[in-house]
Ligand binder design. Structure first.
Ligand SMILES: NC(=O)C1=CN([C@@H]2O[C@H](COP(=O)(O)OP(=O)(O)OC[C@H]3O[C@@H](n4cnc5c(N)ncnc54)[C@H](OP(=O)(O)O)[C@@H]3O)[C@@H](O)[C@H]2O)C=CC1
Ligand SMILES: O=C(CO)[C@H](O)[C@H](O)COP(=O)(O)O
Ligand SMILES: [Zn+2]
Length: 341
């Protein structure tokens, strides 16, 4: 069959290309239905990702957050129409110590490999996870972003000291919201504080124990562990504050992506004996765990619906551009594309 792929060819410029695909292979074919725009996609769309990466990775279909319906399973095991979340990471080898999303040989969609902006996505059998019916498709579309948190917290469990008292999360956006929410379900007895910049954003964090403006942190305020979800220029300022108020031997989970190297006060990292845990992307198991959380706590997808921002029906390349431009003008929530192209 001829598959249509919608690729970014240069900043703000999408083009349609065609690829011949065989139906005789092993892969399951999924028709995308709802796709969600990540901050990483916007760095490519706007060209902020940097000239070198743009040159190396484009042309490329964007989007690594999305759900779809099974259109064809060559083994006829998964019924046509099954609603699934698609896993963007594709490992090419196994390693007993290194998780699939950290293997340099893995292929991550929309970072050097075509993402989900295609008519049909061809996926290995272990790269799809069926979704429970109760989860609204707009919310389900950004499940990948939720897996970033579940993955980071599973690393935190493996690597941090065992004290579980007070968590601080920096970043009053999508990832900060998701992280605070999952923390409250995974550690119901713990105190969770969101550190942010903007009142109307912090107002959405109804389930946290405390919300604090980053320029109004009370003196002698302490936390046991910190999670950085700010990214960009804000990362450095956030990490500085974390190092200041975290107790000795605490863990700092770094999730925010920055295009530029950030300075870290290593003297205090050493003096306090802190553990810095970097966390990027996620693997198939994280998707399964996240969907299990949706099943166990149906309130989680309900809370996540607060993040559904712009929903754009996409029927043409122009609609894709419109969705990306509208996403840039929003300051709260996720942009979802109903994929009708
Ligand atoms: N590790 C991974 O695998 C992944 C990482 N990410 C990254 O996570 C980051 C956040 O993504 P997302 O939540 O979608 O983006 P958002 O823009 O929705 O959220 C970031 C929020 O942090 C706020 N902020 C900026 N500086 C600070 C600060 N010093 N302290 C507290 N809050 C601050 C921003 O406010 P304002 O806008 O007013 O500056 C904004 O509200 C991005 O860098 C993204 O690329 C995303 C997905 C996966
Ligand atoms: O968003 C992400 C995962 O959900 C990551 O930040 C993204 O994969 C980073 O990739 P790149 O190097 O292409 O910016
Ligand atoms: Zn992402």
């Amino acid at each position: 069959m001829i598959n249509q792929i919608y690729r970014l060819v240069s900043a703000r410029q999408f083009e349609l290309s065609y690829k011949d695909r065989s139906l005789q292979g092993e892969e399951i074919i999924v028709r995308p239905t709802h796709l969600s725009i990540c901050a990483a996609d916007q760095r490519y769309y706007t060209g902020r990702r940097g000239a070198k990466a743009m040159r190396q990775k484009l042309p490329m279909a964007l989007i690594h957050e999305g759900i779809g319906e099974v259109a064809y399973d060559p083994k006829h095991e998964i019924p046509v129409g099954t609603r699934v979340v698609m896993v963007p990471n594709t490992p090419t080898e196994d390693d007993p110590y290194i998780a699939e999303n950290y293997l340099r040989s893995s292929r991550f969609r929309s970072s050097g490999y075509d993402g989900f902006m295609q008519d049909y996505v061809f996926l290995k059998r272990d790269r799809i996870v069926p979704l429970p019916e109760h989860v609204c498709p707009n919310v389900a579309s950004f499940t990948e972003l939720v897996t970033i948190t579940t993955h980071a917290l599973s690393r935190f469990e493996q690597k941090a000291i065992k004290r579980r008292g007070r968590f601080g999360v920096w970043g009053d956006g999508n990832l900060g919201y998701i992280t605070c929410l999952i923390l409250k379900y995974m550690y119901p007895d713990c105190h969770v504080t969101i550190f942010g910049k903007t009142q109307y954003k912090l107002d959405h964090f109804t389930f946290v124990d405390e919300a604090i403006f980053i320029n109004e942190i009370p003196e002698n305020y302490e936390i046991d562990h910190a999670i950085e979800c700010a990214g960009g220029k804000g990362s450095q300022y956030a990490i500085d504050q974390m190092i200041d108020i975290i107790k000795p031997e605490g863990a700092i989970c770094l999730l925010g992506v920055s295009e530029f190297p950030v300075e870290i006060n290593t003297r205090m990292v050493l003096e306090k004996g802190l553990t810095l845990i970097g966390s990027s992307r996620s693997g198939s198991l994280d998707f399964q765990r996240t969907v299990n959380l949706y099943k166990k706590y149906p309130e989680i997808p309900e809370y996540l619906s607060t993040l559904v921002g712009n929903v754009t029906r996409v029927e043409s390349v122009q609609d894709i551009t419109r969705a990306f431009e509208e996403d840039l003008s929003r300051s709260w929530g996720k942009s979802v594309m109903e994929w009708k192209i």
